[in-house]
Design a protein around this ligand. Sequence first.
Ligand code: NAD
Length: 249
Amino acid sequence: MSKLKNKVAVITGANSGIGLATAKLYLKEGAKVVLSGRRKEAFDEVAKNLEGDFITVVADVSIDDDNKRLIKVATDKYGKIDILFLNAGIAPVTPTTDITVEHYNEIFDINVKGPILTTKEALPHINDGGSILFTNSIVHQKGFEGLSVYSASKGALRAYSRVLTSEVRSRGIRVNSIAPGPIETPLYGKMGLPQDVVKEMGKGFAAQVPLGRFGTSEEVAKTALFLASEDASYINGVELEVDGGLSQI
Ligand code: NAD
């Protein structure tokens, strides 16, 4: 049975990695999906391989007018929203000694301001009983070197999601977060590090994970399906780790 039949889902950061895998799974489960992302060329490629009822919207989550346009296009097309998946994010590595204002602003604009302001725009259009999901990270529970501002941004997002859980209680909207551990996605290639350093870092992360490997986007997507669906009808306000056990040891 289709778990998301006739549901409308808006997903940010949907042109690659976790967002794209989730869009594919949601479409398979009968949802109408609005895929949003920054790169038009990526969507041109991605759209060729997608099946189902979907639209793509090029929008930068750090730009407020783009967030407004995203929600307008989504609701003009599908009316209401049932699932809002705030997934877009970046994770450039910089030790505290090298942090610049630009580095800080870029990460907080995309990882914190973006999801919060997109939520604000979407809220009036989300059906009562709907579901809001954030892609957070286990980084704010640990202390991985070099991920200072990134970890702080995800900690901020976790704090925000708790408040939102209270704020939408009268409407029966559930708010949950997914905290991936190391997941094999294009994210690592965008960290601003040489390829061999990324490879070594990857080996280091995998060795720390009790399951001994990176996770896949599809494994995170299955969690995003569970949390958004009726299967998770009494799960609210949580952050669910999808990390092979890394955060628990
Ligand atoms: P990814 O790079 O494949 O996906 C990130 C997506 O965000 C891309 O589609 C990108 O276009 C989009 N994006 C980036 N900046 C944007 C902006 N300004 N406006 C709109 N879209 C923008 O990597 P991913 O691993 O799939 O990342 C998805 C989420 O998962 C991120 O929030 C990331 O922090 C989180 N995460 C990833 C891992 C991991 O190991 N891959 C671990 C923990 C958390």
